[in-house]
Design a protein around this ligand. Structure first.
Ligand code: PLP
Ligand code: 3DJ
Length: 413
């Protein structure tokens, strides 16, 4: 059937996840397709934060570390995120920023393979991942080799016996391509290397099975598909088999085996707690904890199923409404090879996105010509998708984006 607003309406009426939209405080008149950058505010979070700030902090004061169990929050919330990425309990902790966790975990990963001098990363990895891989390599005297999924096997052969870690993103932040976590992890292992993954664009969006896939280490941010809020703390996964040997460069007191002994020397906790560093960002951490509930209730598999259906509907709309208007879908069409956002090239992407935002359709732009549109099945509707594509058609066919207002590039794109 030809994609239309009527079809969108009927698909919405039959959508079992439609009620989950009410779990998010989305403003009226906004089509929010930027959950791959900042997930929307879950409706329950303001009430929880009011309690955390006024009662827990305001009234319980320092006692809240025990009474409200602030102390255990990094591992408690870690286990909840662990369930979303296929990790059994005791292997995931929350805290610090994604960048800090990437550096800390990557150095520790390389230290698990002493004598190996190569760190393999993915050429299109998010900039912070590449910058930090380069810095970790400088610190450890390693060489960084950038590969793509197509060139990885050859690079591992070329550097046989030398590769310490293969560090890949599960979903490409720009194109939305989904990498084969199990297959690449296996390749890394066959080369004697460890596999470390950045799950930022995958966790909560696509089914990830870190334990079943034999992943060694992983990190990810929580403000995208987990809706933890701007700057919410990242998570680190360390497979149980590696924890006792994990030599992390940032040895803060929260990762000590007995933090309140205030001992002279650092003795790492025997388990995942050693990945803790300093005092967690408690307010953000507790906002994140409250934010996870709708996704947990819906289940990642159901969200993924709907997101893929939204994707098919989007492709149908794009094929029938955007042809000849300068747009080109850059994300793989194969559902097995795409994550949860679409990359659509347009030579005037910044101006087009500015015009779309003026019409209430919010996405973002990367690599100057790529519009990113995130179709998160948890709260995006078929009608949203149709509205967005209709706005793209209207803007590009009328040249509305060429208005002077839309020629100014914003600081955050
Ligand atoms: C793949 C990936 N890694 C890391 C980050 C960000 O790291 P941080 O939260 O430290 O800014 C992002 C997004 O900003 C990302 O997309
Ligand atoms: N982390 C962000 C930020 O601090 C400001 C604005 C956007 C972001 C993002 O999350 C960008 C995102 N990781 C990306 O895929 O481009």
């Amino acid at each position: 059937m030809r994609p239309s607003s009527a079809l969108a309406k009927s698909l919405d009426a039959a959508d079992p996840l439609a009620p989950f939209r009410a779990d998010f405080a989305l403003p009226e008149g906004v089509v929010y397709l930027n959950g791959n950058s900042l997930g929307p505010l879950p409706a329950a979070v303001p009430g929880v934060m009011d309690d955390v700030v006024r009662r827990q902090w305001g009234e319980r004061l320092i006692r809240a570390w025990n009474d409200e169990d602030w102390w255990s929050a990094p591992l408690r919330v870690g286990d909840r995120i662990g369930r979303l990425i296929g990790a059994a309990a005791g292997q995931t902790a929350v805290g610090e920023s994604t960048s800090v966790q990437i550096f800390n975990t990557l150095v520790a990963a390389a230290r698990l393979r002493p004598g190996r001098r190569v760190l393999v990363t993915e050429a299109g990895n998010f900039p912070t991942d590449r910058y930090l891989a380069a810095s970790a390599a400088r610190l450890l005297g390693l060489e960084v080799v950038e590969t793509t999924a197509d060139t990885l096997a050859a690079a591992l052969d070329r550097h046989a016996g030398e590769v310490a870690v293969v560090f890949y993103p599960a979903v490409d932040y720009c194109t939305g391509a989904l990498w084969d976590v199990a297959g690449i992890t296996d390749l890394a292992h066959r080369a004697g290397a460890l596999a470390m993954w950045d799950l930022s664009h995958a966790a909560g969006a696509v089914p990830v099975q870190v334990d079943a896939d034999g992943v060694d280490l992983a990190v990810g941010c929580t403000y995208k598909y987990l809706s933890g809020g701007p700057g919410s703390p990242a998570y680190v996964y360390a497979a149980a088999r590696h924890q006792a040997a994990l030599d992390l460069p940032l040895t803060g007191w929260h990762g000590h085996a007995r933090p309140f002994d205030m001992a002279d020397g650092f003795e790492p906790a025997p388990d995942i707690a050693r990945t803790r560093i300093g005092t967690p960002h408690v307010l953000s951490l507790l906002a994140l904890e409250a934010a996870l509930e709708p996704l947990e209730r819906a289940g990642v598999a159901a969200v993924r199923d709907k997101s893929l259906k939204l994707g098919e509907f989007f492709l149908g709309c794009a094929d029938s409404m955007l042809t000849g208007l300068g747009f080109e879908v850059a994300t793989p069409r194969d559902p097995l090879r795409r994550g949860n956002h679409f990359a659509v090239r347009h030579p005037e992407a910044h101006a087009v996105m500015a015009a779309l935002k003026a019409r209430g359709v919010i996405g973002d732009v990367r690599s100057s010509t790529v519009l990113r549109l995130c179709l998160n099945g948890l709260y995006v509707s078929y009608t949203d998708v149709h509205t967005a594509v209709a706005a793209m058609q209207e803007v590009a066919s009328t040249g509305a984006h060429r208005a002077p207002d839309f020629q100014v590039r914003e600081v955050v794109t």
